[in-house]
Design a protein around this ligand. Sequence first.
Ligand code: NAD
Length: 368
Amino acid sequence: MSTRSLLILPGDGIGPEVMAEVRRIIDWFGETRGLAFEVEEDLVGGAAYDMHGTPLADATMAKAQEVDAVLLGAVGGPKYDDLDFSVKPERGLLRLRKEMDLFANLRPAQCFDALAEFSSLKTEVVAGLDIMIVRELTSGVYFGEPRGIIEDGNERVGINTQRYTESEIARVARSAFELARRRSNRVCSMEKANVMESGVLWRQVVQEVHDAEYPDVELSHMYADAGAMQLTRWPRQFDVIVTDNLFGDLLSDLAAMLTGSLGMLPSASLGAPMANGRPKALYEPVHGSAPDIAGEGKANPCACILSFAMALRYSFDEGAEADRLERAVESVLAKGVRTADLMNAEGRAPASTREMGDAVLAALDASV
Ligand code: NAD
């Protein structure tokens, strides 16, 4: 029997509140579906700083390298705003991403029918939307050298460098093609090959990887600015979008907002396969620690629950069980159970974090 190990890092603010609901769901899969997980819990972010004086202890980092998947809640909060940059809560998260070498950031933009009204776009444009943005996460203009602000003559110059190696492009392209094969088998690669040499190389390498290894996947190329327009005009034309760090940062936020609320958005960051064939992996909701509602039992746990669904699919190859969990969330929303972030003006009393968890568990029970 293969083991499934998880490191849970609830973090700060609403992180522990939403993660408590995920823990109950993990237990449900163990008890009801025979999917046992070895779960360890540890500190990250401000919580780790309070205990250890660092936002991620070395021992926690070592555990993260050993487990099949890390599930993180959220980090940060006003209490830590004045800390030195080197020990800010966010540094814990950045250290995890960097040392695990998580180069492919997966951000699904999926619109549940029951929430189509929360999109800023017309319902008929977003209903049924299901796209996946794969953003390169460890290179590009956020990391390239030279960088800095220098004096040049009598004025200052700000410098950043967009730099991509062939292997960096090829590995994230492979992630996108592999994902497409599990979905609708289409990849659209976005860059600015019209004005950037790094974009020219990006386009060439993605095409080469496609032709040599994934000829069965339908590949198209688009300039990233046109991609942004197409995402708002007709988003359902896309299946998987693969793009670099900078464009991915912008396009994934744009696509996410097509679907409505921050409280619904999961993400995964994947690295190279480990000895057991599973990729290094970190799953986390897109939202932050929401200090304005922390401790009030109001947070929507769905983004964190859907992040666990991504772990079922991408770390544990349990696609059918991931579908089951996603359908459970969808059915709860369809019944009108909503946390406060998803209430419209004339809505009934909002569900608490715990009540939302209860409703998802009831839907899971009804699914077997
Ligand atoms: P945020 O995502 O925490 O909150 C933005 C708004 O959305 C708030 O009004 C909040 O109440 C609401 N919201 C977010 N998640 C929600 C949920 N699950 N249910 C209901 N409402 C929800 O972003 P922010 O306010 O800009 O940042 C707050 C703190 O979180 C900062 O310290 C920031 O650095 C940190 N942060 C952490 C991460 C992370 O851990 N990955 C990401 C973004 C921000």
